[in-house]
Design a protein around this ligand. Structure first.
Ligand SMILES: [Zn+2]
Length: 389
């Protein structure tokens, strides 16, 4: 198949419009969903990009009275969500267009959830059967349009929101938070600088890899994870070194969506630690996962060695063994200019015990192949801090 014809409509795990220029179909997709007055939710930096005003103008020219709400910070907070709900109600909106990176998409999905609820946001934290408290009849429909390739939030049924008071990240979950329609238009990622292409791409990689290694039974998700890792292997470096390589960008975008589709299988210790460090240091989530990856792989070695061997054969590494995979990961990180140790991004040992405790209690810890203790999480963190593999 020639790349020019590389365009597809998929209906799994939700409706996905993939291909260059598909953003132009947005007004039609709004109409299909009965949206005539959607609220486009994004972050303030992206809001300044010509791309966003072009989308708004395009919608308005086609009879969609689209307004914009752009007060979403990186690592969004409850306050952001409540402000979004106020904007949605004030403007009498009938749907949400979620546009941006993971933070914007998570925040937009949470606004779409909260416009229909009387209970506070933290009542829907992903614990037990909290999700059954949601009044689904009043949730707003969502069209999700990622502009980075990493979080895969566009196909996620959850959102990560920071609890500023408790200084932790909480996961809000409901199956209907999965956006109704997704547009995967690689042209929207052309403006992403190399360091963010690398960090977000490594986040997608960590999703697929942790999902692949998780011990639960979900062969479909496992197959998706494998192919996502192959796409990342063949394209992440290309997309990072040459940001204009649209074909590589398209593959990484799809791999990112696949990573998040696969992690219904579970995530693991990389994310348990990255969430804890992200809450304490506000560092980039993808960058944290990228740095943590080899240390967590090493700690999990006894349980994942056979799976990694199978993976190396699929992605075509010369030596089909754990050590060659680990060496390849370290080499890729280096070529992508990802720091080797957490100390390189100004993280210190002062909260080591707390980080171990937070990672142990993070919901992602449950998906790790080995159930590490608080002490073991602290040890992995110290290794990653000092760059000792
Ligand atoms: Zn992640």
């Amino acid at each position: 198949m020639k790349f020019d014809h590389f365009k597809a409509d998929w209906h799994y795990p939700t409706n996905i419009k993939q291909g260059i220029g598909r953003i132009l179909e947005l007004p039609l997709l709004c109409k299909d969903l009965g949206m005539t007055k959607p609220l486009l939710i994004t972050d303030p930096i992206l809001a300044e990009f010509p791309m966003v005003s072009q989308v708004l103008t395009h919608c308005r020219e086609h009879g969609i009275q689209c307004d914009i709400f752009s007060k979403i910070v990186g690592n969004p907070t409850e306050e952001n969500i409540l402000d979004g709900v106020i904007a949605f109600n004030k403007g009498n909106h009938d749907g949400v267009i979620a546009l941006g990176g993971g933070s914007a998409l998570d925040a937009a999905k949470s606004v779409a959830l909260m416009v229909g609820q009387n209970l506070p946001l933290w009542d829907f934290v992903d614990e037990g059967d909290n999700w059954t408290r949601v009044n689904t009849s009043k949730m707003a429909p969502v069209i999700a349009i990622p502009t980075t390739s990493g979080t895969g939030s566009e196909v996620g049924r959850a959102a990560v929101i920071t609890d500023v008071e408790a200084k932790i990240k909480r996961v809000i979950f409901h199956p209907k938070m999965l956006p109704h329609t997704v547009i995967l238009d690689p042209e929207l990622t052309l403006g992403l600088p190399a360091h963010l292409t690398a960090a977000t791409g490594m986040d997608a990689f960590s999703h697929a890899l942790e999902a692949y290694c998780a011990p639960s039974y979900h062969p479909m998700a496992q197959g998706i994870a494998l192919e996502a890792i192959r796409l990342i292997k063949d394209n992440l470096l290309k997309a990072t070194l040459d940001g204009k390589n649209l074909e590589a960008r398209a593959h990484i975008m799809v791999a990112s969506t696949m990573g998040a589709t696969a992690f219904q299988r579970g995530l693991g210790a990389m994310h348990a630690l990255a969430h804890s460090l992200g809450a304490l240091y506000n560092s980039h989530h993808g960058l944290l996962n990228a740095i943590l990856m080899p240390y967590v792989l090493k700690a999990n070695r006894s349980e994942i060695e056979y799976k990694i061997r199978r993976l190396t054969r699929y992605i075509g590494l010369k030596d089909a063994c754990f050590d060659s995979f680990l060496a390849w990961v370290i080499n890729l990180r280096q070529k992508l200019n990802i720091p080797h140790a957490l100390s390189d991004i100004d993280i210190t040992a002062k909260d080591a015990i707390l980080i171990g405790k937070m990672a142990f209690n993070d919901p992602c810890a449950a998906g790790n192949p080995i159930q590490f203790s608080e002490k073991q999480y602290t040890e992995i963190f110290i290794h990653a801090l000092n760059g000792e593999i």
